[in-house]
Write a new protein. Structure first.
Length: 292
């Protein structure tokens, strides 16, 4: 963008906290360039201690950047908003170095941003100019016909997950995903409490996989947030069993469509989804990474 900007020397930063909640929410609401992968309520919750920084021009708040909670030296940008009158490049020149320094003091080694196309083209271009690199793409699939090619492995048991399953679910997560994609106990606990369908699959050894969904538009759209099976139990029809259970539940509830996202490099998962009748929508996220 080619907006007139305040001189760079007049721009400064300071940490944002819960005391800045109304200021931050107003900035997000009024910004002419904004990026968010969380709701207003979730953004306010992150101010309780996650890395967050305000951008000031002449002492007035004109921008904000908020990261997620740090997990094993990794975090994601969850909110970034800039007011009108600031050029994106000047704002980033003032904001990002201080933000990166803040993250380093929290032990962060890698920072990720999930940019949607085409809405976040402005952000993708600006971050690349400041040294962020392409990590992968996340592609979107959908299924509108609820037929399935298989019921999966009949020898395993699928049941509704409970809070007592959290340690086993986290163990599956750790073995299935690289650090930036893992979920922590808070996220799993929240999903268990709030999502409409969260199941685990188990055999005589215990929990070997899990899946959960969210529901949207009055239940007409079901989004498969997560499906995971222990690496040494894959290619045994267990992922197919979980996927069958999700599709069957969606069909029984009257859903019209099921959506999911997956990394472009996850070819095994993509083959499973396509076998089950999921088709690419053409939408994608570009994942950028900054090595701190």
């Amino acid at each position: 963008m080619l907006q007139r900007s305040s001189p760079l020397e007049l721009l400064s930063t300071r940490p944002a906290s819960l005391d800045d909640q109304q200021t931050v929410l107003r900035l997000i609401d009024d910004a002419d360039r904004w990026f968010a992968t969380v709701s207003f309520d979730e953004a306010a919750g992150l101010l309780a201690g996650a890395p967050a920084l305000l951008l000031l021009a002449g002492g007035r708040p004109r921008g904000v950047i908020i990261a997620d909670w740090v997990n094993d030296a990794v975090t994601w940008v969850r909110v970034l908003a800039l007011s009108s009158g600031l050029s994106t490049l000047h704002a980033f020149d003032a904001l990002l170095p201080s933000f990166h320094d803040m993250l380093r003091t929290r032990g962060v080694a890698r920072l990720y941003v999930a940019c949607h196309e085409p809405a976040d083209v402005w952000l993708t271009a600006a971050l690349r100019r400041t040294g962020y690199v392409h990590d992968t793409d996340v592609i979107v699939y959908e299924k509108t016909r609820m037929s399935v090619p298989t019921h999966g492995n009949p020898a395993v048991r699928v049941r509704v997950a409970t809070m007592g399953d959290i340690p086993a679910i986290l163990a599956v997560d750790t073995r299935c995903f690289s650090t930036e994609w893992r979920k922590d106990d808070v996220q799993i606990g929240l999903a268990l409490r709030e999502t409409p369908h969260f199941v685990v699959v188990e055999d005589e050894t215990g929990v070997i996989g899990y899946a959960f969904v969210t529901s949207h538009y009055g239940g007409r759209l079901i989004h498969l947030v997560r499906i995971a099976v222990l690496p040494d139990r894959q290619r045994q029809g267990i992922g197919a069993r979980l996927l069958y259970e999700i599709v069957a539940r969606a069909a029984a509830s009257g859903a019209d469509v099921i959506t999911l996202n997956t990394q472009a490099y996850n070819r095994a998962a993509r083959r499973l989804y396509e076998w089950f009748g999921f088709r690419r929508t053409g939408d994608r996220q570009i994942i950028l990474r900054c090595d701190l």
